[in-house]
Design a protein around this ligand. Structure first.
Ligand SMILES: [Zn+2]
Length: 74
């Protein structure tokens, strides 16, 4: 169950939202975790890794999702 950060003095709506968004990004990173496959590192989620092999064409890590959240676009 997702936990909501406790309300503290000085924690306005923007700070609360920032904490929630930060946690959401952590969940996305955990979902799109890197997996060693042979000599390559692939995204376990995007490659539908089944524990032994990708079940779709392997997507190199960092995948487009990780790049979208971690790499500045400017
Ligand atoms: Zn991915």
């Amino acid at each position: 169950m997702p936990s909501v950060p406790p309300r503290r003095p000085g924690w306005g709506p923007a700070a609360m939202r920032a904490v929630r968004q930060d946690r959401a990004l952590d969940r996305i990173r955990a979902l799109h975790a890197p997996v060693k496959h042979g000599r390559r590192t692939i995204c376990g989620h995007c490659s539908a890794y089944d524990g032994e092999r990708p079940t779709t064409p392997a997507v190199r890590y960092p995948c487009p999702t990780i790049r979208a959240i971690d790499e500045p676009d400017d």
